[in-house]
Design a protein around this ligand. Structure first.
Ligand code: FCB
Length: 518
């Protein structure tokens, strides 16, 4: 196993390495040369995945049925009606995949635990030994290869049983289920896992599942969309509230019973889009407001014990409240900040200018976001609508976090690029992903700038190790460093970006040795 390189790719890679300015489009996009040595020696460089997106094996060894198992089987929900039944078959190929990481020289790997492998029916059934064994093998083999496991406890997939019994995150009962799940994870894996993230993107769970209705359980209401049930203005607030309390209770449990003995640390992951003012002075306030509504929504309670005042002012009593007891354990319930960052857009204030109906609402902070200024796009579009390549956003995000939440270390737990379908879907085109390399070099350069400026960043994870089930976009949207042939063989093939990442991390001479044997 390991990385073998086609000679054409090798020449291309050499070109990229020796001529850093060969494909910059504008001054701003032109990347600085970036080197491993621009980051501290003990910095973590890894790749990220999540259970449902890569594992497959959806009925194996006692696994229960998850919300995503059910949702992806509903015709018409996912592009091409793809499902995660097989996904990357990581359930059977995890050793090969760990070897891929090792061959690139990664020193960290972020993955998530499938709730239904561990507790197939939540609190209402038994712990499933098959699931425990699977993750034990992953963790042990990562450590054998010198790769630090970063574990997300819950990344979008939960037991369907909890939806059926009490509507999952709409109910405070979900907090108890989550704490039970977290407890089993700490007990079984905490002797070896030193970096825990409780929940991946609680705000996206709320926005996609309960405002837009595009993710399960597909709740929404007009003007956001037409769903069989839901209230797009209110439900996302309840769903985040329950996730925040679930997080806080799990952290409290970890701190009381596990942390001292196990010596790990714990946080929660959010997705941050950066915003720039579109035009007028009032748009600067719109930027502050929307960041408070997305970033502050999660991290203000966790760092300071309550929702941001910007949210309270606009949402009033619609915004749930924390009791004094809640506040006691939510405040300070983190050891580090974990952010996923992909893109930047412009923000326009709706108090002073007119905005469309579905935007001009309290839950949107009365802010309209747009990628256009005077008809010009903020950056090159990626394969997912709404994502644009804006490297400077990475620097701004770190500066923002540093200012709003001083004295916290930061991990960038996801950053990645997907090509547009119009870039072509031939295998050779997908493998020749120079745009992804350009993306990572420029975002890493921005990250290094933020760090030189005092940002306490400790790690950077590429989304994703390999092409995988990209939620409602199925297998058509590819974020991987490795190409996966989902239609036939499931074979993994390194893209140019995997070679680049390996060489960036210092594996270049090793690659050359391998090349000479081709
Ligand atoms: C993030 C998700 C991750 C993946 C990337 C593209 O929001 O956490 O699972 O889908 O987007």
């Amino acid at each position: 196993m390991g990385i073998k390189m086609h000679p054409f790719f090798f020449c291309f890679l050499l070109l990229l390495l020796v001529s850093p300015h060969s494909y910059g489009e504008s001054e701003e996009d032109e990347f600085e040369e970036i080197k491993r040595s621009d980051f501290p020696k003990h910095f973590f460089f890894g790749a990220s995945t999540s259970s449902y997106q890569i594992e497959g094996g959806y009925l194996e060894d006692g696994k229960g049925i998850s919300n995503w198992d059910v949702f992806s089987h509903i015709p018409g929900k996912i592009t091409n009606n793809d499902t995660g039944d097989v996904a990357d078959d990581h359930y059977h190929r995890f050793l090969e995949d760990i070897e891929l990481m090792h061959s690139m020289g990664l020193n960290a790997y972020r993955f998530s635990i499938s709730w239904t492998r561990i507790l197939p029916r939540g609190r209402f059934g038994k712990v499933n030994k098959g699931g425990i064994n699977f993750y034990n093998k992953i963790i042990d083999n990562l450590l054998l290869k010198g790769i630090e496991p970063f574990v997300t406890i819950y990344h979008f997939d939960y037991p369907m049983e909890l939806e059926r019994r009490y509507e999952s995150w709409m109910s405070s009962q979900m907090q108890d289920d989550f704490v039970e799940f977290a407890k089993v994870c700490f007990e079984e894996f905490g002797d070896r896992v030193k970096y825990w993230m409780t929940i991946n993107e609680p705000e996206m769970v709320a926005i996609l599942g309960y405002r837009m209705g595009s993710f399960p359980p597909a709740h929404c209401s007009p003007p956001f969309g037409k769903c069989s049930m839901g209230n797009s203005d209110r439900e996302p607030l309840i769903v985040v509230h329950n996730q925040l309390l679930a997080h806080a209770k799990a952290v409290s449990l970890y701190r009381t019973h596990f942390q001292v003995k196990q010596g790990g640390s714990i946080g929660i992951t959010i997705s941050i889009q950066m915003y720039e003012p579109l035009d007028q002075q009032s748009d600067t306030q719109a930027v502050d407001r929307i960041l408070a509504f997305y970033v502050g929504w999660i991290y203000d309670p966790i760092v300071y014990g309550d929702y941001p005042k910007e949210m309270r002012e606009i949402l009033g009593s619609e915004l749930p409240s924390f009791s004094d007891e809640d506040k006691r354990y939510i405040k300070g319930s983190l050891d580090f900040i974990s952010i996923n960052h992909y893109t930047t857009k412009y923000a326009k204030d709706c108090f002073h200018s007119s905005c469309p109906d579905e935007v001009n609402r309290p839950i949107n902070a009365f802010v309209e976001t747009t990628p256009y200024r005077n008809g010009i796009l903020i950056g090159d579009p990626m394969g997912i609508p709404g994502l644009y390549v804006v490297p400077r956003g990475m620097e701004k995000v770190i500066n923002y976090i540093k200012q709003r939440y001083p004295n916290h270390s930061i991990f960038v737990t996801e950053n990645g690029y997907s090509m547009r379908p119009s870039d072509g879907n031939k295998v050779e085109t997908i493998l020749n992903d120079w745009k992804r390399i350009k993306f990572h070099k420029s975002y890493l350069a921005a990250l290094a700038r933020a760090m030189r400026n005092g940002g306490d960043v400790r790690g950077y994870f590429i989304w994703s190790l390999m092409d995988n089930f990209e939620w409602i976009r199925g297998y058509d949207t590819r974020f991987g460093l490795f190409y996966v042939d989902h239609l036939k063989t499931l074979e993994r093939r390194p893209k140019l970006s995997a070679h680049w990442f390996a060489s960036f991390l210092g594996g270049y001479s090793q690659q050359l040795t391998q090349l000479s044997s081709i």
